[in-house]
Ligand binder design. Structure first.
Ligand code: SF4
Length: 453
């Protein structure tokens, strides 16, 4: 029964004073319940835009209606561009405008390139953090950006460099890591030459495309540390790209095909545990794959940097060769801001003798971005370079000679920016290997022989 159904002659209950929760409220009011605020009826088949905004409307209105823009100053793109159209606020406001029929996906798709998916906005946003009783809908900027990119691709709207990158990835089953490097299935394990690592087994080391083809010193360091600790592991039979970058750029079908291949391959070699050194893969395997496969994805995902901290704690690894460097640590966004992993890398660094470690001058969980994620370097390399330069300025202020990272994808732009301020960029796994007395080998620049350093 609604107000309009009131029998003729019956008193109008809304005409009398009403205070929620008061004992002397008229009984009749109880019958109306939530009817007054019921959802409008949908009278037609929704368009693709309506279907899309139906899913994202509430989270986006949450941001739009608050208007406080707390996230603005922690956004790495905003910090270097000051472009209001590329803020988390604008990303949500666009969805609201699409919901109202005032903007189309064609008009806004290009704005969503300008996001590294670092998650800083979510750590600053009260509508993301304080959900539950108070706010009904969680503002999810990282997911909204990913979803709008996917909706754009589904609608036939492509960013030119992303389109080419994903077509090449599809063709080669690995990302087209730039440089003079043969990207082929036959070469995906070249980095492990001479290390005598078996194929398959219960634990398998998954090496991201950048590390497998370009920064081969990183997986070599990881593999040799595992061998030193006596940790048994193998390599994948036929490893394809994890699909994470394709998913981030909106090419969801491709991402899922790649994920399916990898899952089937792990099954074929009896794998139960995946060891991951790249933070981007870690996001794919802990967030994307469970969404694609549900309970079918029952593999354990182990982040190598956490495993190494544990092995040091247990005394199975003892860094003892002094490394005389003045360092600071670059928290990869996908570890720190997205997954809350920031203690273990510091534990590792504090265990290495000789290091003079100056920690970042900013609340750890809100640390700086390299600009190397979310497909930004593919479509807008100049923006990635500006963000990396800004990151290196912060390191230079600490008067260090070395910036240590734990993410192969951040190390290329950070290294380029480091040259300008005379700061060396080193991978944490390589640094640990050096302190364990391991001669790593491999390259840091995709060249065929020797180390670039
Ligand atoms: S994303 Fe969060 S912090 Fe930023 S404006 Fe929206 S509600 Fe505010």
């Amino acid at each position: 029964m609604t107000q309009l159904d009131r029998p003729p002659g019956a008193p109008d209950p809304v005409s009398v004073p009403f205070t929620p929760g008061m004992r002397d409220n008229p009984d009749e009011l109880a019958q109306f319940g939530d009817e007054i605020a019921r959802d409008p009826e949908v009278k037609h088949d929704p368009t693709p835009t309506e279907e899309f905004t139906e899913e994202w409307r509430n989270a986006s209105y949450n941001c739009f209606s608050s208007g406080h823009k707390f996230c603005r100053e922690v956004c790495p793109v905003m910090q270097v561009t000051r472009n209001e159209s590329w803020t988390p606020t604008a990303f949500h406001a666009n969805v609201v405008a699409m919901d109202k029929g005032e903007l189309s996906i064609e008009e806004v798709a290009g704005d969503y390139v300008n996001c590294t998916q670092c998650g800083a906005c979510e750590l600053r946003c009260p509508n993301t953090l304080f959900t539950g009783d108070f706010y009904r809908f969680r503002t999810r900027t990282v997911d909204v950006v990913k979803a709008v990119r996917a909706f754009a691709v589904e609608s036939g709207i492509h960013q030119p460099a992303w389109k080419t990158w994903n077509a090449r990835t599809d063709d080669k089953t690995h990302e087209p890591v730039l440089g003079e490097i043969p990207i082929k299935q036959e070469n995906v394990r070249d980095w492990s030459a001479g290390l005598d690592i078996p194929i398959g087994g219960e634990s398998v080391l998954f090496v991201d495309c950048e590390a497998a083809y370009y920064r081969t010193s990183v997986p070599r360091a990881v593999a040799q540390i595992l061998q030193l600790a006596g940790y048994e592991f193998g390599l994948m039979g036929e490893q394809w790209c994890c699909g994470g970058p394709a998913a981030e750029m909106g090419y969801v079908d491709q991402a899922q095909r790649f994920a399916r291949h990898n899952l089937d391959n792990w099954r074929s070699t009896g794998t139960k545990r995946i060891l991951v050194l790249d933070p981007h893969d870690y996001i794919s395997f802990t967030e994307d794959y469970p969404k694609y496969f549900g309970e079918e994805f029952d593999l354990e995902v182990v982040l190598v940097v956490e495993l190494f901290a544990e092995l040091i704690r247990e005394g199975r690894l003892t860094p003892s060769v002094p490394v005389e460097r003045a360092i600071t640590y670059h928290d990869p966004c996908r570890l720190n801001k997205r997954k809350g992993v920031w203690k273990e890398p510091r534990e590792i660094l504090r265990s290495i003798p000789g290091l003079d470690f100056s920690d970042v001058d900013r609340v750890t969980q809100w640390s700086y971005c390299s600009g190397g994620g979310g497909g930004l370097p593919v479509e807008k390399p100049e923006l990635t370079a500006a963000i990396s330069a800004s990151r290196l300025e912060k390191a230079a202020a600490l008067e260090v000679d070395t910036l240590v990272s734990a993410c192969p994808w951040s190390e290329r732009p950070l290294s380029a920016a480091g040259e300008a301020v005379d700061i060396d960029v080193v991978d944490i796994h390589e640094l640990l290997a050096a302190s364990l007395g391991i001669e790593v080998g491999g390259t840091t620049n995709g060249s065929a022989n020797g180390s670039a350093r």
